[in-house]
Write a protein that binds this ligand. Structure first.
Ligand code: UDX
Ligand code: UDX
Length: 462
């Protein structure tokens, strides 16, 4: 039996460790965090994150081979393997501000591990980090001179929020990076064995440390690039009467392109894509590759353009003013099936419309608390309403910003009847049945398709 510790009980640590624990009953898992409220919530009936299927797994393992704690030092002392999944936000100050990763929590964690260790350990980077972070980590950990040895491995997490349980149960691949030394290779073998409890060996890839660290950034950059590419084309479709869904389908059938991640949208959000691309951009600049940096930076710029374009299109379509108009935003989460609102396009659209002095009411099945928190002072100017029918009542427009399936199941005849006319739907996720909405009486503005509107000036269907 090994004692396995995870430092950081956020989305990454909190969703991966219970699943690993459920497959490895012979090992003891502890998840620690500096945030006491979070640790308490993980042991309550209301987990701090909404992730379908996760509560069941936590219930099955909690108190058996899975424990949550705020006693970081004692648990470090007892651990054989330590996963680190503390957050690494974009730096907001000093050198590399707005791009580089803020590694202060990482370094603090490394020092804390060193101070509290009396035995040698394997330390695993689970957080996404700039390439060569492990080197700094190794230097700090092995600076003790007390005979202890730390092997630092990279094991980036590829799960997506909302499908974390499925992704973790059946991963496309598990990536483990380590040094070439005998001791590091032994550590790699230990981690491979842990995953082999449920992942077929051929899906476990081992690489050198730097390939592993870089692969995580590159995976996210490639995924985000596909969305920015199709979103760029959505703008062109709106000008040319091409339909972006038809284009995506037509190109996606080419196996070399593939059909996933080609859904045009109001933009991508989440804690990873923007942060990781900016990180990649910073790395390229640091290593004297400005052309490569500019190339990837454009993926983020295109995303910002798409978010701005969506909000601007709402204002233009509604007779160039939304001041004082009630607008219902359907969705706050950055994608469906999560309560996470970090970098959510819904909040960007909300901010842009508040600037235009719209009267905003926001509805979401799980993410209203986080939205209110993330909006800060601006949140005071927003009404948060869990019931979409009440949110839409007396509104001039609805904007679909998160692809919750609940939104496609609503009674839009009832909603239309309660709205101010002319009533608008701006579908930032191409989620709804646009033709049906048009027949009910709505003026419908999808992404990357011609609008369906009776307002002669704006549409081709008037
Ligand atoms: C985040 C990033 O989103 C992800 O890209 C990165 O790979 C890891 O960090 P996530 O789990 O989503 O992942 O972050 P978050 O939900 O903020 O969780 C981090 C946790 O670490 C928080 O609960 C925080 O309290 C805890 N923490 C942070 C510590 O326990 N100690 C610290 O010193 C700092
Ligand atoms: C992503 C990666 O998918 C995952 O492998 C990595 O570990 C963390 O970052 P996540 O951010 O949880 O996961 O969600 P993801 O499903 O990738 O969606 C990111 C954003 O892109 C969301 O806002 C989503 O709505 C948007 N998106 C996704 C699109 O706009 N169109 C698409 O076709 C796909």
């Amino acid at each position: 039996m090994s004692n396995i510790l995870c430092i950081g009980a956020g989305y990454v640590g909190g969703s991966t460790m219970p699943i690993i624990a459920s497959h490895c009953p012979e090992h003891r898992f502890v998840i620690v965090d500096i945030n006491e409220a979070r640790i308490a919530a993980w042991q309550s009936d209301h987990l701090p994150i909404y992730e379908p299927g996760l509560d069941e797994i936590v219930r099955q393992t909690l108190g058996k081979n899975l424990f949550f704690s705020t006693e970081i030092n004692r648990n470090i002392a007892e651990a054989d393997i330590i996963f680190v999944s503390v957050n690494t936000p974009t730096k907001t100050f000093g050198q590399g501000a707005g791009r580089a990763a803020d590694l202060q929590y990482w370094e603090k964690t490394a020092r804390q591990i060193l101070e509290n260790s009396t035995t040698s350990k394997i330390v695993v980077e689970k957080s996404t980090l700039p390439v060569r972070t492990a080197e700094a980590m190794e230097r700090i950990l092995n600076s003790n001179g007390n005979g202890l040895h730390f092997d630092v491995l990279s094991n980036p997490e590829f799960l997506a929020e909302g499908t974390a349980v499925r992704d973790m149960q059946n991963p496309d691949r598990v990536l483990i990076g380590g040094r070439e030394t005998e001791s590091a290779q032994k550590a790699v073998a230990t981690l491979v064995e842990l995953y082999m409890n449920w992942v077929p060996r051929e899906r476990i890839i081992t690489t050198n440390l730097w390939s592993s660290e870089l692969s995580k950034l590159v995976a996210n950059a490639f995924l985000a690039q596909r969305i920015s590419s199709i979103n760029a084309i959505s703008a062109l479709c709106e000008k040319t009467e091409a339909d972006v869904s038809e284009v995506a389908n037509a190109i996606g059938r080419d196996e070399r392109i593939g059909r996933y991640f080609l859904r045009a949208s109001v933009g991508f959000g989440g804690s990873c894509f923007q942060k990781d691309i900016l990180n990649l951009v910073y790395l390229c600049e640091y290593y004297g590759l400005p052309e490569v940096a500019r190339y990837w930076e454009q993926v983020v710029k295109m995303n910002e353009f798409q978010e701005r374009r969506f909000a601007a299109n709402m204002v233009t379509s509604m007779f160039n003013t939304v001041a004082g108009k009630r607008i219902a935003l359907f969705g706050a989460a950055f994608k469906a099936n999560t309560n996470d609102t970090r970098e959510s396009p819904a909040l960007e659209v909300c901010r842009a419309l508040l600037e235009e002095r719209a009267d905003i009411v926001m509805t979401d099945p799980h993410a209203l608390d986080n939205a209110c928190y993330d909006l800060g002072d601006l949140g005071k100017r927003v009404t948060f309403e869990p019931d979409p029918y009440i949110a839409a009542d007396r509104a001039h427009a609805i904007a679909i910003l998160t692809e919750w399936s609940q939104f496609s199941e609503l009674d839009y005849e009832r909603i239309y009847a309660s709205m101010v006319k002319p009533a608008f739907v701006f579908d930032g996720r191409n989620l709804l049945d646009h033709k049906k909405l048009y027949e009910i009486g709505f003026n419908v503005y999808p992404i990357g398709k011609a609008p369906l509107t009776r307002l002669v000036a704006n549409g081709s269907h008037g």
